[in-house]
Design a protein around this ligand. Structure first.
Ligand SMILES: [Zn+2]
Length: 205
């Protein structure tokens, strides 16, 4: 008999600033098909999806609506869950980043990283697009000096921030990817990632 193997799959946890679109349904349906395949093959499957509920855009949308961010995301998240039910998605759990069980784990991970000395305080300077919640470098901007994604004006932002010493782990990550050929699939993405890391990783804000 085939050995029963644990199999974990997750979609991205979607950002509930607005209703979902067909792209989210596409991604979740593919994950669902893979989860169902592994269940049929007898594996011990855990299939997760959820919502990523923190960020400036949600705070602003809630303010516009005159409600608390959690009230705003409660409504949108209910629409996520109704959609997955309608599409008969077989997820085993639905995680919300506002749930206590999620906060506890994140705090523990940050505590461990901090205890290892891999978090330090620095200053982040950049060109920020609020609607996209993205920082851009000068050469990424479009021909009008605006956000390359939504083409709205960007703001120069400088703030005190904490950084994770990602640069310290560059060689270990590269070694791992190179010695585990199946770790990133397909091969084209694996090569893209290897080239990206070889250019040098910055510490992460
Ligand atoms: Zn933008």
């Amino acid at each position: 008999m085939r050995e029963k193997k644990p199999f974990y799959i997750t979609t991205p946890i979607y950002y509930p600033s607005a209703k979902l679109h067909i792209g989210h349904a596409y991604c979740t349906t593919i994950a669902d098909a893979i989860a169902r395949y592994h269940r049929l093959a007898g594996d011990d499957v855990f299939f997760l999806t959820g919502s990523d509920e923190h960020g400036l855009k949600i705070e602003q949308k809630a303010e516009e609506a005159g409600i608390q961010p959690i009230e705003y995301t409660d409504k949108i998240v209910a629409s996520f869950q109704a959609l997955w039910k309608r599409l008969d998605i077989s997820n085993d759990d639905f995680i919300r980043t506002t749930q206590k069980r999620h906060e506890r784990v994140v705090q523990e991970i940050f505590r461990r990283i901090y205890a290892k000395g891999d978090i330090y305080k620095g200053e982040y300077k950049g060109l920020y697009c609020t609607p996209c919640e993205s920082y851009w470098t000068e050469h990424q901007l479009d021909e009008n000096g605006c956000c390359p994604d939504c083409h709205r004006p960007v703001q120069e932002v400088s703030e005190e921030a904490y950084f994770f010493k990602m640069s310290k782990y560059q060689d270990r990550i590269l070694d791992y990817i190179e010695s585990h050929p199946d770790f990133i699939q397909p091969v084209s993405r694996r090569n893209e990632m290897i080239n990206f890391i070889k250019q040098g990783l910055d510490d992460l804000c």
